[in-house]
Ligand binder design. Structure first.
Ligand SMILES: Cc1cc2nc3c(=O)[nH]c(=O)nc-3n(C[C@H](O)[C@H](O)[C@H](O)COP(=O)(O)OP(=O)(O)OC[C@H]3O[C@@H](n4cnc5c(N)ncnc54)[C@H](O)[C@@H]3O)c2cc1C
Length: 426
């Protein structure tokens, strides 16, 4: 019976939507339960490195994404105090040739819209908005999920539950891992979008600008085909509310980029936005897996600091590996989920650790910062990029629907206890 193929995903963020597309490609039916009543455009940009763009391209999304994305030609590392370039790391065709996949920057809302459109037009995927996953119980042949929709409890059945519900994951909480609460990192990310023509010409180029300075750093790059500039300022802070969109006072962020330590050119960029949104940064220790037919993906499994621009990338990679592992062990979903977790553990832990280190390097001051700048200059852009070959060269396993899988599902279906709802593929 084909109903044994329904996978439930909690959360329609970048990870959940990509996982749904990859799983449907591997032959599963998918139901996504998302707590938000609608998928809103969260105003910020995201860098998509070749390891992530390779998966999105494989899913057939490149043409739609290309309508609004920007292909940056370089990362320009700038000194916050002198406004001089420290080093220029080549991207564009150089990176695309090196990795066989491009480096993109895009508005997060544009990425989410392309993913959501592909989900909505896919007959094998059901997206239920306004539906908050609250609990689950595993059964012999699957999992039963309790969710809240319009104040009522609704139930969903599936062969597996994927917790793609972000850093404050309810699924992770129900798995009751001890000592794995998100830890506040005493930093906030301030984010804003401004019209490109409100900044001086050099800052409108298709380049990721990274400014390093005292106690803070600044990143900006164009999105929306170059019409808007996404600005992210990371500062030391004790404000620790959760959520994506608390508003911040423009004067407050400018104060963090003090005149005596930050060049006027950088302060002019910080002084441009009228509206800022801020986000407290949280992280958790090593990645956690799941139990039985339940697993975690993306920020729910391994939330990380944004200094390597990899949180979304790791969620996208997770999605591809999850689909391939579940397809490989179609007759034993729990085994497929453990294979997925095993395949992801080392890599995501390494990326989490490197993001932490990168944060320390960005936060250096005084003589340490001088040495850092000298070392960067001496190494040069190409060698700095080469350092990340292991990260960007990653290739997803094939997650196509295979004949072998059809046979396995057929065999497994005969053993099903019939206790799952009918979400048959055909
Ligand atoms: C300042 C900053 C800059 C960043 N820049 C980059 C970058 O350049 N590149 C990059 O790759 N990453 C970047 N990241 C990280 C990236 O944004 C995240 O890692 C990524 O969005 C995680 O995706 P996700 O799908 O796992 O979780 P989320 O995007 O958090 O999605 C979780 C979804 O689950 C839903 N949900 C939550 N609880 C429930 C529930 N109980 N039931 C149902 N639904 C639920 C939520 O509403 C949400 O839609 C950045 C992060 C920050 C803070």
């Amino acid at each position: 019976m084909a109903e044994s193929r329904n996978v439930i995903i909690a959360g329609a963020g970048i990870g959940g939507l990509t996982a749904a597309l990859a799983l449907s490609r591997a032959g599963f039916r998918v139901t996504i339960l998302e707590q938000a009543p609608q998928l809103e455009e969260v105003g910020a940009g995201i860098q998509l490195t070749p390891n992530a763009t390779r998966v999105l391209t494989e899913l057939g999304l490149a043409d739609q994404l290309k309508i609004t994305l920007v292909e940056p030609q370089a990362v320009r590392v700038m000194s916050g105090s002198s406004a001089r370039e420290i080093v220029r790391i080549p991207l564009g065709t150089f990176a695309e040739k090196r990795y066989g996949a491009p480096y993109w920057v895009i508005h997060r809302g544009d990425l989410q819209r392309v993913l959501a459109d592909a989900v909505r037009t896919n007959p094998d995927i059901t997206l239920r908005l306004g539906t908050r996953v609250e609990d689950f119980a595993t059964r012999r042949h699957g999992v039963s999920i309790k969710a809240r929709f319009a104040g009522q409890i609704v139930e969903e059945q599936g062969i597996a539950l994927i917790g793609a519900d972000g850093v404050w994951s309810a699924v992770r909480e129900r798995l009751r891992w001890r000592g794995s609460e998100p830890k506040f990192q005493h930093k906030t990310a301030w984010r804003a979008l401004v019209p490109a023509n409100s900044l001086d010409a050099p800052w409108r180029e298709p380049v990721v600008h990274l400014w390093l300075g005292m106690d803070s750093h600044l990143v900006h790059y164009p999105v929306k085909g170059g019409a808007l500039i996404n600005i992210v300022a990371i500062v030391d802070d004790e404000w620790r509310e959760t959520g994506w969109s608390a508003s911040g006072e423009p004067d407050e962020v400018l104060r963090r980029f003090a005149r005596w330590s930050w060049h006027d050119k950088a302060r002019a960029i910080i002084g441009t936005p009228q509206r800022w949104q801020k986000w407290a940064l949280f992280e958790r220790g090593g990645p956690r897996g799941g139990s039985g037919v339940v697993t975690l993906l993306g920020d729910a499994a391994h939330p990380m600091l944004p200094f390597l621009a990899q949180g979304g990338g790791m969620a996208i990679e997770d999605a591809a590996v999850l689909a391939a592992s579940l397809a490989q062990y179609a007759e034993r979903p729990a085994r497929g989920l453990r294979a997925y977790e095993k395949a992801r553990r080392k890599r995501t832990a390494k990326v989490q650790a490197l993001a932490r280190t990168q944060g320390r390097i960005y936060g250096m001051s005084g003589p340490e910062a001088l040495i850092r700048n000298l070392v960067m200059r001496a190494k040069g852009g190409e060698r700095l990029l080469q350092r990340l070959d292991w990260l960007y060269q990653w290739t997803p396993p094939p997650f196509e629907f295979t004949e072998r899988y059809v046979t396995q599902v057929g065999e497994d279906d005969g053993e099903d206890d019939g206790d799952v709802s009918n979400h048959g593929r055909r």
